[in-house]
Design a protein around this ligand. Sequence first.
Ligand SMILES: *Cc1c(COP(=O)(O)O)cnc(C)c1O
Length: 453
Amino acid sequence: MTEQQFQQLIESSVRSQYRFRGHWEEFDSDESMTVNHQKIHSVLSELESRLNDNFPFFHPRYAGQMLKPPHPVAVAAYLMAMQINPNNHALDGGPATAHMEMEVVQQFASMFGYQEHLGHLTSSGTIANLEALWVARSIHPAKAIACSPDAHYTHRRMCEVLQVPSIVVDVTDIKALEAEFRKGTIGTLVVTIGTTGTGSVEPLNQILPLANRYGVRIHADCAYGGFFMLLAGVEQPIIQPKPFLSLKDCDSIVIDPHKHGLQPYGCGCILFRDPGVGTVYKHDSPYTYFTSNKLHLGEISLECSRAGAAAAALWATLQCIPLSSTDGFGGILTKTREAALLWDTDISQLHGWKRYVKPDLDIVTYFNVPNTFSASSVSHQSQQVFDLAMNNGAHPLFLATMNVDSSTILQQYPDFIADTPRTKIIRSVLMKPEHKFTAHKFIQELDRIAHSA
Ligand SMILES: *Cc1c(COP(=O)(O)O)cnc(C)c1O
């Protein structure tokens, strides 16, 4: 999209606001609201200069954390709705955007294969997960919540908030998992489909039958990986489809549209397979509802106020970029996945570089091996490459580092000297489709940088 086209979208969002206001009689805005126009300009100009203190999240050269700007459609739609400022807590707070929320949540539920569902948007993945665990606690009040060591760190924190005991289990060791289930202490297991660190997909298809046998509830945290569902149902999938195809049988699912869904921050989503969990939310709020007898979004949500604009932005985005395997989001995710495959192949073939884990989605983890293949020298080299890449003149590359257990490297590379318990490696999130066309060039740049370190 050209700058001019984007400006037209923004202008039409602003104009729509004046048309909306034009439906009601005019009034003079109170003088207490007036700000000197010069003052606004100078403050915004200071804001612009302060915002330069950011990394170029929009650029393919940014391949660090899970960050990228929203799509222009989402920006224009958010702006259009935000000027009205509907609150999706209740139908009275924003009927239009509440209906949009129900539509997009239905689209996610269908994408995952839920026949029926109860769900809504949230302000983040953390809050969506909290809600899933809160419902889980109500269903298994005396039992623990388990997750793998690679689960998002907030799960254990939220268990503290909920005062539920949390257990860390290795979900990839099915035998050990069964032994844990047999003890009868675990009520709910969190399975992560796309871990935040390495993008690894946990073996949900193997875990589910076991969980069913022992009456354990399964919550799938797909905050990052959820959109890859679109690549699972195709004829020749470029991801492992089985864990994704099992999502339809999980008790609850979280997906974060503000991660891979091209949305501004403030957009997570929780889905429950059994609408009957609605009874857990029972509350009595005397002042928020009066226009409808239907279940309000606020009645099935932990949070109260939420931006209706977030629902509008997501709704408009999904109209333009559909949840389809072949085009729309499927097309984007195919390219980010291919970028990771290219990156991983290049790393495997290049002398002096090694992969940490095989990428399941579009996050790659790897390291450069200096003269000594030890934890301490790999850590030092990772930091060097990270710093030099970021400060590489006109061609900076923004990566991320990650600390992993040295023992996991030793398992794959027997000649590794685990002289420190943890090793710093390099991590790249290739969540922009443009990464497919820049992966090869970037690896070559990184190799030159590593040689100069
Ligand atoms: C990002 C992430 C979260 C937390 O979501 P926020 O939207 O940042 O609160 C939870 N789980 C996983 C797997 C994530 O990647």
